[in-house]
Design a protein around this ligand. Structure first.
Ligand code: BG6
Length: 499
């Protein structure tokens, strides 16, 4: 692969968790694969008064202690800065010019906002006022982390604010789900194979499920999560983006806007859930105290930073439709939650049964449910379930699996989402980044749900014991069928599995 051109990556919020845990390790992996630009520097920016050396030291524990890591650390620089103070930005500009001139980076800068969202409108403005948002010679790009607003109104406002200082083409909104290898594989599964796409429509598909289960709880993020909840934290962004890839029309070319136009069209076709129908289409839950493997586990309301009377949802299951030619009448089901029995994300395409039941006279006959399971994580892979004759007398049928696990590709490195996304931005490829109009459209779809919950406290929030598959009411959403209950291992799909 071609290396990106020389450039400087500026990380705002450099002393934060994301930088240590995700960004720096991802850059190190790119370094190991020789994918960083030949001339490259990272400038960490935040309030903490580090020197370059101290910043490098603070990153050491997140990297292996070997020679490669020592060489990589030389790319890192640091500039203390009060990000919310305009008068600090000339010093940043001077430092950038210094590094740029020393290394010959051609004025190519990426600004990565890994800060609290309250700074998303401030930093771009001050960068612009310092003359850093545009350049005659090099490129200027801005990476923004979620949340992109907390509802439709704030999302719109954020877009307007960002566009005051940067053009849409310069803005890269990260949704780390799009960086996952297996999410991208969805495009290949659909559009590089001749066998799936002809069946990928309302004529052959009964319904589509998307499950994103987490076994962890809020893990010290109670303060943030209690103001967010599963709808804002997982559905509005990650899961709807996934639905976008499952449901989109084939783009004409593999090019950022061609693909993003198609996901936008999917979001535009989502049938609005009217506020008075929310209760019928969206089930929300919150985990309660329980015992997992003999250990007591606190309920959500006992977590640090969470209101003792909180009505924030840690689980959500919903049903919706995409009103277009391809998907007319096909229900889509989404389910996500914390403290569920396993950490699993997958898309399950459920195909229609055969039109005529030839073997229905066989004892115990059940129509075969053909399923294509696209496993996003863990045990990444693809599984196809279909019926086979049990050898011997009669025509008894058993469902069998045909499966592929990424782990079988032993010599391949499965890049982390951040690794892929950072490299793409360095190359100027926004295909796997969310575009402003699509983000707004996804908010438009979830807004009536937020409104209904806000204005009607009668809409129940069901408790579910930590370690279970969520409230029983979620079962009833799937008409005449049941959810797939996935386990860690792609091909195990009994009703129960280990945490
Ligand atoms: C984040 C959410 O965006 O995604 C977290 O804020 C969630 O609450 C996480 O745990 C899930 O990501 P992944 O990659 O672990 O599935």
């Amino acid at each position: 692969m071609k290396k990106p051109t020389h450039q400087l990556l500026v990380i705002f919020g450099a002393s934060g968790d994301l930088t240590r845990r995700k960004l720096v390790p991802a850059l190190f992996d790119l370094f190991l694969q020789n994918l960083l630009p030949a001339k490259f520097a990272v400038l960490g920016v935040s309030r903490t008064p580090f020197s370059d050396e101290q910043f490098r030291d603070s990153m050491k524990e997140f990297l292996p202690s070997n020679e490669a890591a020592a060489n990589f650390l030389k790319f890192l620089h640091y500039q203390p800065l009060e990000t919310s103070r305009n008068s600090d930005y000339p010093a940043l500009k001077t430092r950038l010019s210094q590094i740029d001139n020393e290394l010959g980076l051609g004025g190519n800068y990426i600004f990565y906002l890994s800060t609290p969202p309250s700074l998303y409108s401030i930093i771009p403005r001050y960068l612009s006022e310092a003359g850093l948002s545009r350049s005659e010679t090099g490129f200027r790009r801005l990476i923004v982390e979620k949340p992109f607003g907390t509802d439709l109104e704030t999302a719109r406002r954020l877009n307007v604010e960002l566009l005051n200082y940067f053009d849409e083409k310069q803005i890269y909104r990260i949704d780390h789900y799009l960086g996952k290898e297996t999410v991208q594989n969805m495009l290949v599964t659909r559009f590089a194979n001749g066998i799936f796409e002809p069946l990928w429509n309302h004529t052959f598909i009964r319904h589509v499920e998307v499950t994103s289960a987490e076994s962890l709880g809020v893990e010290g993020r109670g303060g943030y999560y209690d103001h967010s909840g599963a709808l804002r934290d997982m559905v509005q962004n990650h899961l709807l983006q996934l639905v976008g890839f499952v449901a989109m029309e084939p783009p004409a070319v593999m090019e950022a806007d061609a693909i993003r136009n198609e996901t936008l069209k999917v979001f535009q076709a989502l049938r609005p859930i009217r506020e008075n129908m929310v209760e019928n289409y969206v089930i929300r839950g919150q985990y309660t105290a329980s015992t997992i493997k003999g250990q007591p586990v606190p309920g959500y309301r006992q977590e640090e930073g969470v209101d003792r009377h909180s009505r924030t949802e840690t689980f959500l299951a919903m049903k919706f439709f995409i009103d277009n030619w391809r998907w007319a009448g096909v229900p889509f089901y989404i389910r996500t939650g914390k403290k569920l029995p396993a950490r699993v994300t997958e898309v399950v395409v459920n195909f229609k049964h055969v039109p005529h039941h030839l073997f229905s006279a066989s004892p115990g006959y059940q129509p075969v449910s053909n399923q294509l399971v696209i496993r996003i994580q863990p045990d990444e892979g693809v599984l196809l379930k279909f019926g086979m004759k049990i050898p011997g007398a009669g025509f008894n049928i058993q469902t069998v699996n045909m499966n592929f696990h990424y782990s079988e590709l032993t010599d391949l490195h499965l890049p982390s989402a951040y690794e892929r996304l950072l490299l793409d931005c360095m190359q100027g490829d926004a295909t796997l980044y969310a575009r402003g109009d699509a983000v707004e459209e996804a908010w438009r779809f979830v807004q009536p749900i937020l409104n209904a919950w806000g204005s009607n406290p009668e809409i129940p929030i069901y408790g579910y014991p930590a370690g279970s598959w969520g409230p029983h009411e979620a079962e009833k959403l799937i008409t005449g069928d049941q959810w797939r209950y996935p386990c860690k291992n792609l091909t195990d799909d009994g009703l129960y599995c280990e945490l």
